[in-house]
Ligand binder design. Structure first.
Ligand code: AMP
Ligand code: MG
Length: 407
């Protein structure tokens, strides 16, 4: 059986990134992946400007520590002042361009104004350094520099940065098209009565939520009965217009598990079973397309709700990001103190649901069963416990927060 790391390497090595690129208004590009590096044609800020409300002065005029200067002009943000004459000060407001001749700003708290009809006199009670409170041209970004590289996911801050250099449109990779279906004769949808022996299809909600977070176009084929024919049929339909097919359930070795034979009949299975807990019966392969085009990728997730959630986060998420050309798909993990014990080692790599407590350590959810979805709501993330390892209270463990995995 492959380790989690080997399985992930295998999956990522198989990815054929989406080649189609589209240009989007920057305002509509949240969550998308940049298809080409972006260069700034501007300096940001484009001009020297003041960081404070106050008075623009010549520092030399104020060197004595107290200077009385005539207020010669008023410069709000967005307006251009006149050159500053020696022995005068300009009333100036945050973001306004520094007038020619001024080389410092004194904040208004260090100044005292004597009002008069012609603007008055200001006493500057501070000897500024040259450059004080001035934001310099190009301090943030210099014209000609690369601001964002290809393969960057555009979050709010990347969009802001792109906008700050005036980019109205950005080239992004086409959204991944992902088909999903849910196998199981026992499944019912919320809103339907629950017949004896049935359960609700919670995976449909979890997996669709996760796919939406990743900005996928989703084709949802709903609940598929436990039969080879129905499974093969749905796989064929799903392969037609999608980059990736994701299924839940039916992927173990039971007589009612039809995913494996169905994928083998409609394409090929390239990997099956990973030495992790929860989530051992994960399957990876390809499903052929009727038109002979490149096969659709296939990932079969286990039916148990926690298993499908965890395996999505660990394997499907990086796969979908890499489909869009994202280079660094590894979530950030943190070394944290376990305020719990795992006295019995498991042969598999365990991903335990844990929560950050008030003293900065980790508590473990009491029931780590792969069917107990409550653990995923209670928890803040996963403790990545290597195979064969026990944990004593006070040990340092590797913790991957859900916040690193859910976008
Ligand atoms: P399976 O992998 O099909 O053997 O399913 C394993 C367990 O997960 C069984 O207890 C199923 O009832 C449950 N299960 C399968 N699919 C879902 C689903 N979509 N939502 C909630 N539980 C499921
Ligand atoms: Mg089943």
């Amino acid at each position: 059986m492959l380790s989690a790391a080997e399985a992930l390497d295998f999956l990522l090595a198989a990815v054929r990134p989406i080649a189609q690129i589209e240009s989007l208004p920057t305002l509509a590009a949240n969550g998308r992946v940049l298809a080409a590096a972006q260069t700034s044609h501007l300096n940001v800020p484009p001009m020297d400007n003041t960081q404070m409300d106050g008075y623009a002065v010549r520092a030399a005029d104020c060197a004595a520590g107290s200077a009385k200067l005539k207020v010669s002009q008023r410069i709000p943000a967005g307006h251009v002042g006149q050159p500053l004459q020696p022995g005068t000060a300009a009333r100036i407001f945050t973001g306004a361009m520094i007038p020619q001749g001024a080389d410092a700003v004194v904040m208004q708290e260090q100044c005292e104004l004597e009002k008069a009809a012609d603007g008055g006199l200001v006493t500057i009670k501070h000897a500024p350094q040259a450059g004080e409170w001035i934001r310099r041209t190009g301090e943030d970004i210099q014209a000609g520099s690369t601001i964002l590289t290809a393969g960057t996911r555009l979050r709010a801050q990347e969009l802001g940065l792109a906008a700050s250099v005036g980019l109205a449109n950005v080239p992004v990779v086409r959204k991944p098209r992902v088909a999903v279906f849910f196998t199981g004769d026992e499944l019912a949808m919320p809103g339907e009565p629950l017949k004896s022996g049935a359960i609700y299809n919670s995976n449909r909600f979890t997996l669709r939520g996760l796919l939406e977070n990743l900005g996928c176009d989703i084709a949802d084929y709903g609940i598929v009965p436990d039969s080879l024919e129905a499974t093969r049929d749905t796989l064929r339909q799903a392969a037609a217009g999608n980059d990736l097919i994701i299924t839940s359930g039916g992927v173990s070795v039971g007589e009612e598990d039809y995913i494996k034979p169905a994928v083998e009949a409609e394409g090929r299975l390239n990997m099956w079973q990973i030495a992790i807990k929860p989530g051992k019966p994960l399957a990876f392969g390809e499903v052929n397309r009727a038109d002979g085009g490149p096969a659709a990728f296939f990932i079969g997730l286990p039916g148990n709700p926690v298993s499908s959630f965890v395996t999505f986060l660990l394997f499907v998420r990086p796969f979908i990001l890499r489909l869009q050309g994202v280079a660094d798909v590894a979530p950030k993990a943190f070394n944290m103190r376990a305020d719990f014990a795992v006295p019995k080692a498991d042969r598999r790599n365990e991903f335990l649901r844990a929560r950050i407590n008030a003293s900065g350590g980790l508590d473990l959810f009491s029931n780590q069963s792969s069917a107990v979805l409550t653990s995923t709501v209670w928890g803040d993330g996963l403790v990545d416990n290597p195979p064969g390892k026990t944990i004593a209270s006070g040990d340092t463990v590797r913790f991957i927060p859900f916040s690193e995995l859910l976008y």
